[in-house]
Structures are given as C-alpha cells and as structure tokens.
Design a protein around this ligand. Structure first.
Ligand SMILES: C[S@@+](CC[C@H](N)C(=O)[O-])C[C@H]1O[C@@H](n2cnc3c(N)ncnc32)[C@H](O)[C@@H]1O
Length: 228
C-alpha cells in the first residue's frame, strides 16, 4: 500500500503461495506478501506505532479521504502542506512515507527525487482500500501473534541491514526457535549471509533503500528458511 524500507514489493511473487486460509505477518511493515494474497484471512503485527498508525488510518479510510490529501512537490517541508496541522497522525505518516521512496521512518521533508510519486500513488491506494477491510491489524511485539495453524510470513529486521528500523533489537536465536515452533507453513526472510537459521538463496533483487541514481543499479541477495 505504501512505500517502505525493506518492503517485499519486488519479491513477494517469488515466495510459495499460502497453503492455509490464514496468513500471519508478525513483522508487518507494508505487508507486501499479504497484499499479494489479500483475500485470505490476514493478521498483521507491527511494533512501530507510526507504521501501525498508517495501517489503522488506511483500514478506516474511504477512497475520498485518500484522494483529498494534498499533492506534494519534491523537496518541500511537509508541514507547509495545506491542512497539515488538522491531519491525523496516520495521514501525516502516510504522506511522510510515500513522498520518500524506501524510508524506514516517515520523513518531515519530501524527497528531492521522490521516485515513488505520492501524487500518483494516491489513486492506486484509494482503489486498494477494499483489500484490507477484513484484516486483523495489531500493534505489538511479534510474540503477541495468535498461536494458530496457518501460513506464517516472518520478515524481521535483517541481522545485518535491519538497523534503520526504530525497533531492530532482535534476539535472533529466540526468534529462530519461535519461528520453528509455528504450526503450519513457515517462511522466514533474510539477506544472504545471515546465520540464525539454515537460509537458502531465493533471489537477487534491486536495492530499495535508494538515495541516488547509482543505488538504482545495486542488488541485494534475498534468502529464505522454509518449512511445511
Ligand atoms: C523487514 S520489515 C517488514 C517488511 C514487510 N515484509 C514489507 O513487505 O513491507 C520489518 C518490520 O518489523 C517491525 N518490527 C521490528 N521489531 C518488531 C517486533 N519485535 N515485533 C513486531 N514488529 C517488529 C519493523 O518496524 C518493520 O516494520
């Protein structure tokens, strides 16, 4: 739905299809795997209150609410936008994420290049709201996820590159044990080189945390742990 650092937008299609009726994403971010299979029973858990506020706003918003948010020029302070002070946190954070492609936190100034144009994204988001109405979206730590037999898409902050998230202090051995003990189909995402589970190579994909034109040519190597 919204631009986010580490989102699985380019790679969600390479993970196995869900083979249970319920999908749980205990590290939600922008939840690209669940969005790909949005008609399933989806449960998201997200610890960061700003990311959660965006989901909470989107789940209750009408298409008109989204389309009436202001357009954003490149490189402007967002508090100069019309009605900025009257907006909810969720509205402000949504604009802060979408006017800065691939950010881990909503910014206060729109990107100078604004690769993911918010003005264009508004229309797409307004047409996608029906996808998430039935989802269960929870703010909290991953461990509050319901202990169900389902499809688990577990995409935590990465061991090496996860430091950009507000919450990134993960006890990886504990997460490995927790992931292995989930019932059902389990996918755990990482970058190649992580060693806290026996990950295998999935795909090389373009780098998403781009700050310059040269970053658009960089690749990152995705790995996965899978069990059924
Ligand atoms: C790699 S991102 C997930 C990206 C997501 N798969 C997507 O497609 O956008 C990891 C997310 O986990 C969240 N997070 C970090 N620590 C957490 C924790 N202990 N419990 C739940 N969520 C956490 C971060 O705020 C971040 O949004």
């Amino acid at each position: 739905m919204f631009s986010y650092y580490g989102s699985k937008s380019k790679i969600a299609k390479y993970y196995p299809a869900p083979n249970h009726l319920t999908i749980v994403e205990p590290f939600a971010g922008s939840a690209r795997y669940s969005l790909r299979w949005f008609w399933f029973d989806v449960t998201l858990i997200e610890k960061d209150e700003k990311v959660f506020a965006v989901w909470d706003f989107l789940q209750k918003a009408s298409p008109r609410d989204i389309l009436s948010l202001p357009d954003v020029e490149n490189g402007v302070p967002l508090n100069s936008l019309p009605n900025w002070q009257q907006m909810s946190d969720g509205e402000r954070y949504l604009i802060g994420f979408c006017s800065n492609g691939g950010s881990s936190q909503p910014k206060n100034v729109s990107g100078r290049h604004n690769f993911n144009s918010w003005n264009r994204d508004k229309k797409r988001i307004s047409e996608s709201l029906h996808k998430i109405r039935h989802w269960n979206i929870i703010q909290g730590d991953y461990e509050v996820a319901p202990d169900i037999d389902g499809t688990w898409f577990i995409d935590p902050p990465y061991q090496i590159k996860g430091k950009w998230y507000k919450h990134h202090e993960i006890d990886y051995p504990a997460l490995a044990a927790w992931s292995k003990s989930r019932k059902g189909q389990v996918m755990v995402c990482e970058n190649e080189g992580a060693d806290w589970l026996p990950f295998v190579h999935l795909r090389d994909i373009p780098f998403t945390h781009f700050k310059s034109q040269s970053d658009l040519r960089r690749k990152t190597s995705e790995a996965v742990y899978y069990k059924e």
